[in-house]
Design a protein around this ligand. Sequence first.
Ligand SMILES: Nc1ncnc2c1ncn2[C@@H]1O[C@H](COP(=O)(O)OP(=O)(O)OP(=O)(O)O)[C@@H](O)[C@H]1O
Ligand SMILES: N[C@@H](CCO)C(=O)O
Length: 290
Amino acid sequence: MIKISVPATSANLGVGFDCLGLAVSLYSTTTFEPNDSKLKISGCDKKYQSVDNLIYRAFTKGCEFLKQTVPNVKITIDNHIPISRGLGSSAFCIVSGLMGADAWFNGHLSKEQLLDLATKIEGHPDNVAPAIYGNLGASFMDGNDVQTVHFEVASDLHFVSLIPDYPVSTEKARQILPKEMSYQTAIYQIGHAVALSKAFELGDLKLIKSAIVDKMHEPFRSQLIPDYQAAKEICQANESVMYISGSGSTMMAITKDSNSADKIISNITKSFPNWETHLLNVGTNGATVI
Ligand SMILES: Nc1ncnc2c1ncn2[C@@H]1O[C@H](COP(=O)(O)OP(=O)(O)OP(=O)(O)O)[C@@H](O)[C@H]1O
Ligand SMILES: N[C@@H](CCO)C(=O)O
């Protein structure tokens, strides 16, 4: 039996649209075993229990890349990452499937090959890079090649995921963005994104607070999250900084104080009893065969 563990990932981090991504300590696992028939999948909604399942699709891509026949397989998912909420559930599926195929055929893929394959399936590297490497990743496309660098994140930063009981479609969240951006805004974003990466490494919450403020997507996407302002006010009242995780609907609060984290969770739960919340740390382990 092969078991793969992959962390949830939070893309963009405010100013790092489509470039920055952070692995967090919420892990899901997938097991792959020989099966009598072509495919059996459990641990996910019925609508995903077919050959269209993203884990299986990535598994078959991995087999094809390794020039191997796709084996009959039983896939069992133990998922803790909410689907379509901006916490990298698709990156989890893609990385699990590719690594499952690689482990099945005795593990020859390098992390770079894995990242290239995963990015081709996902369409952008900001979630799959930290899902593979852990920590904070800054990634970009160099033609067809993916380039990624990683930063360690100060271990005293706490991340509180505030997960609404409604999804935001990534497609809609991309359509709502303007088609053009001024030089002035580009300069603003570049300076802030570079400073933000360093601020995460230093654990400098004051610098995070000023560097994370985005002008490229968050002002537009906040309109798709009806409770954005209310959640932000709760976070701001409790010594934390909040940003939209990935394309939403999850919002992530960052704080250095575990009491503040507890207060955010209890206030959010009072105002939004159907939301899910998690107190997380940076995910220092990327995807692993366990
Ligand atoms: N546990 C799962 N089982 C089956 N399919 C899943 C699972 N998790 C995710 N998926 C697939 O991934 C899709 C969600 O991907 P999408 O990119 O919309 O959201 P996300 O990855 O959760 O958010 P973001 O990319 O903003 O972080 C689902 O529609 C489904 O196809
Ligand atoms: N960077 C992507 C992440 C969602 O997949 C976006 O914000 O649209």
